[in-house]
Write a protein that binds this ligand. Structure first.
Ligand SMILES: Cc1ncc(COP(=O)(O)O)c(C=O)c1O
Length: 412
């Protein structure tokens, strides 16, 4: 391992031919994989049974296990969360406009646009980066048909305030819980809030099914409709009664999802250790603000988010460049906010959303999960501390050398 504290600016990979600190890339959302033995046993069962999709036994088992884990009555497995959001919108008969935060993964907005709904972007609150209830209140019009909150980084939305607004205006409230598996609010797991919630089991999530998603609700009739919608609108008796689509989860994905759910306690404990390391190692750095865990809830700590403020001697984008050249593939989620993303800019860029605009300029996310251990977490801390120490020199070099940026390094 290289001794970081002794390095000067010219030995950073960004400015030299030095090999990167990390021999292989560390990704935000590097996949977690539970017991390979359990996985292979399940896959062999699928092969022996030759029941590959269409609500197979493993999908049924997965729905039961996740419903129990999340403390909800109904869990509908789907091919991914994007389709899950679309089924949700269809099952609730949404029309016209849906209020959503701009500060979210673009998939939240696209899921709506793709089925002819108009996402109306609201700002988020600075405390936990979730939908600002006051901005929601201001943006409700007769065209609004729903409020869609996003539990970003697994941090629970301000559910009570949003529910109150939804009730006053008789609007359905639903949640994109793609990042929130295992989170809780006031002692209750995310999954049972609003009319329904949609989780992602994408490869980057704490628990993955390769690709996959879940829609959870306590509403039996809604769950029934969601089941029909994911399978072309067929009833159990084989009659088509609705405009459905194909959003079914296959058996291999269910095998992966079940196996990885079993690993959840170990994965959350690992994240806890890594994030504690990050917190202890970075807390004293001037201009680096670490996002606090939720006050009234918990998360799986799958996302470690830090803010680089103007007091830092090195800015967010410079840290990003230096770290990525060392194979530490930190992310700048979500830059830009959805309202400044090409398909949406015309309508939404003016006026801006101040908190979203600010957050999109100053956040960085660090890797967590099985790819990490305490040694690599220590190296991440040391590297960020080195960047901070060498801040002015790094800024100067980047200002003068911006032309020789290696685009391959930036795009990784
Ligand atoms: C907040 C949010 N919403 C929606 C999605 C889309 O999920 P999926 O990839 O399962 O379609 C993601 C995932 O990556 C996400 O992070």
């Amino acid at each position: 391992m290289k001794v970081l504290s002794k390095r000067d600016v010219s030995s950073l990979s960004r400015f030299s031919e030095e090999a990167p600190l990390f021999p292989s890339p560390l990704h935000v959302g590097g996949p977690n994989i539970g017991s390979p033995d359990r996985l292979f046993t399940r896959l062999q069962e699928v092969i022996d049974r030759r029941w590959l999709t269409n609500e197979g036994p493993l999908v049924q088992e997965l729905e039961k296990q996740f419903a129990g884990f999340l403390g909800v009555k109904h869990c509908v497995a789907v091919a991914n969360a994007t389709l899950g959001l679309q089924l949700a919108a269809r099952a609730l008969d949404l029309k016209g406009e849906v209020l959503v935060p701009s500060f979210t993964f673009i998939g939240t907005a696209h899921a709506l646009s793709w089925i002819g709904l108009k996402p109306v972007f609201c700002d988020v609150l600075f405390d936990n980066h979730t939908l600002d209830p006051e901005d929601v209140r201001k943006k409700i019009t007769p065209k609004t048909s729903a409020i869609l909150g996003v539990h970003l980084w697994g941090h629970p939305c301000h559910v009570a305030a949003l529910q109150e607004i939804a009730d006053i205006h008789s609007l359905p409230l639903l949640f994109d819980a793609a990042q929130a598996l295992g989170s809780s609010l006031d002692g209750r797991k995310i999954g049972g809030f609003g009319r329904l919630e949609v989780f992602s089991l994408h490869a980057t999530k704490i628990v993955n099914a390769l690709e996959g998603g879940l829609i959870t609700t306590d509403d039996r009739l809604l769950a029934g409709r969601l089941r029909r919608l994911r399978n072309f609108g067929f009833t159990e008796l084989g009659t088509v009664v609705d405009f459905g689509t194909n959003a079914k989860m296959n058996e291999f994905s269910a095998a992966m999802g079940l196996t990885n759910l079993e690993a959840y306690p170990a994965l959350a404990a690992l994240n806890n250790r890594i994030c504690d390391f990050y917190r202890e190692g970075l807390v004293d750095l001037k201009g680096i603000r670490l996002m606090s865990p939720p006050e009234n809830g918990t998360t799986s700590q799958h996302y470690f988010v830090l803010e680089v403020t103007p007091e830092s001697p090195v800015c967010r984008n410079s840290i990003y460049e230096v770290l990525r050249a060392e194979n530490l593939l930190v992310r700048r989620y979500f830059e830009p906010g959805c309202h400044r993303t090409l398909p949406y800019t015309e309508e939404h860029a003016r006026p801006g959303l101040p908190v979203t605009d600010r957050l999109s300029q100053c956040l960085l996310q660090l890797p967590t999960g099985q790819q990490m251990n305490e040694e690599s977490a220590q190296q991440v801390v040391d590297l960020i501390r080195l960047c901070h120490k060498l801040g002015p020199e790094i800024e100067e070099r980047l200002a003068h050398h911006s032309v020789d940026l290696s685009s391959s390094q930036l795009l990784r």
